[in-house]
Design a protein around this ligand. Structure first.
Ligand SMILES: [Zn+2]
Length: 88
């Protein structure tokens, strides 16, 4: 099934003229090429999205590590501040 490029009514694949408005329709070859192109664009988008997700994952891991390091440093500081040398 396809849609008329002029009036938008649905028609069967392979018709050369719209039965509603009579507009000539793109050939099957052109449609096939457009479909292949659309599929390629879709795949590219998916790949880009996956790359983005991987990058976000890496950032999230880095952020977690940074927070852990910060918490460890804070804990260290507190222990140092509580520490009093004997005899004072
Ligand atoms: Zn039409």
């Amino acid at each position: 099934m396809g849609f008329c490029i002029n009036c938008g009514n649905q028609h069967h694949d392979g018709v050369r003229f719209c039965r509603f408005c009579g507009t000539g329709q793109p050939s099957e070859q052109l449609l096939a090429r457009l479909r292949a192109e659309a599929e390629q664009i879709r795949l590219l988008r998916m790949q880009m999205q996956q790359q983005n997700n991987q990058q976000n994952d890496a950032y999230a891991r880095l952020e977690t590590m940074r927070q852990q390091a910060e918490a460890a440093a804070r804990l260290n500081n507190q222990q140092n501040q509580n520490y009093r040398p004997p005899g004072w």
